[in-house]
Design a protein around this ligand. Structure first.
Ligand code: DNO
Length: 367
């Protein structure tokens, strides 16, 4: 388990790399050029600047999240090849700076979607919340307004340029059902995977969040059957997944321990976080602690440990605690506690498996 931390960059994050340095055992920073318009090539000098800054703090920069996929590729417009070529160039440029994993998603129009950014929890903190009934009955424009009012931040995939074209995009997606979206994913993968392979990069598709259709738009990375279909497109080493317990696990019929057992081998990257799911399908993000939510985080880590998982792992959204002002879900404190919980579980399972205590193996190394 190679522990990492997601960071939005010098100008976009309340958390600094000096802060992250003080969280025990973090090896790498998960980064992106967040200011780049979707579809544009990430140029080498821009990549270099970011990677060097991250490395100067003693972290690796092996994982990028996300290189977003242009809507033309997902819709299958006539200009899709232009954007696929640009995507390939970004892969090549990233590999020149040692990037090993690219996380991406294939969700139409919206990335992760919530109805409330700062939902109060009983412990006095706030957290991201999804109210199913609201999304089912809401006009997307209204949701965008609600989110914009709650916070002046832009969620990933909710860029203003895109939101300005929302009506036009919805019109274009009328022609795209699940089957068509799969076909468009297949074309994309068949084009980019050979480039990724040649560059030694693993592509890691992120599940849809939430893992069901919203606003009548198709969503296809929703459960284990999606992984079967994905691998049927190509069994390339580069055709990987991001295992995200909180996204896929928001549907209670997805058993995340079972999914870890079957698919962790395809996941160069994992996001581990908990959500509490209510009977009506609403869910709220909780601390990472197993007992606080509906997902068996302990079982997932146990499974990863059994498999001697070497992939990159990051805690995911946390609550906003101790008065922290931060990007929704991406504060310092709760994610840092999430990391310590993951370390604790891992160390315990590791000692049980090997029969050698962490302390013993550590002090042996010192001698
Ligand atoms: C949410 C994140 C997602 C993820 C993208 C991957 O918390 O995990 O925004 O970065 O969907 O492309």
């Amino acid at each position: 388990m190679n522990i990492t931390f997601r960071w939005y960059g010098r100008d976009n994050d309340t958390v600094t790399l000096e802060n992250v340095k003080q969280i025990p055992g973090v090896k790498g920073i998960v980064w992106a050029l967040h200011q780049k318009p979707v579809g544009e090539v990430w140029e080498k000098d821009e990549i270099k600047g970011e990677v060097e800054y991250i490395k100067s703090h003693g972290f690796h920069a092996d994982v990028v999240e996300s290189v977003n996929v242009h809507e033309s590729i997902k819709i299958g417009n006539e200009d899709r090849m232009k954007y696929i070529e640009k995507y390939k160039q970004t892969i090549r440029n990233l590999s020149d700076y040692g990037v090993k994993v690219i996380c991406y998603n294939f969700m139409p129009i919206f990335d992760w979607t919530r109805t409330e950014m700062f939902h109060p929890l009983k412990d006095g903190s706030t957290a991201l919340f999804y109210e199913k009934g609201k999304v089912n009955h809401l006009d997307p424009q209204e949701l965008i307004r609600t989110v914009a009012e709650a916070s002046d931040l832009i969620l990933p995939g909710w860029e203003p340029e895109k939101m300005a074209r929302i009506t036009e995009l919805f019109e274009a997606y009328k022609e795209v059902d699940e089957e068509k979206l799969w076909a468009n994913l297949e074309i994309f993968l068949q084009e980019i995977l050979p480039v990724a392979e040649a560059c030694g990069i693993q592509m890691a598709i992120h599940p849809d969040d939430p893992p069901w259709s919203i606003f009548g738009l198709p969503r296809i990375i929703t459960g284990e059957q999606s992984y079967e279909k994905l691998r049927a497109i190509s069994d390339s080493w580069s055709n990987g997944i991001t295992m995200c317990t909180g996204s896929m696990g928001a549907n209670p019929s997805n058993n995340m321990v079972e999914i870890a057992r079957k698919y962790a081998g395809l996941a160069p990257f994992s996001h581990i976080r908990n959500v509490k799911i209510y009977e009506n399908g609403d869910f709220v993000e909780t601390s990472h602690y197993t007992q606080d939510g509906s997902i068996n985080i302990q079982g997932v880590v146990e499974e990863l440990n059994k498999q001697d998982y070497k992939g990159y792992v990051r805690p995911d959204h946390g609550r906003h605690i101790w008065g922290e002002q931060c990007r929704p879900g991406y504060g310092l404190y709760d994610r840092a506690m999430g990391i310590m919980y993951l370390h604790g579980l891992w160390d315990a399972y590791e000692s049980r498996k090997t029969g050698v205590g962490v302390y013993d193996s550590y002090s042996r190394k010192l001698n």
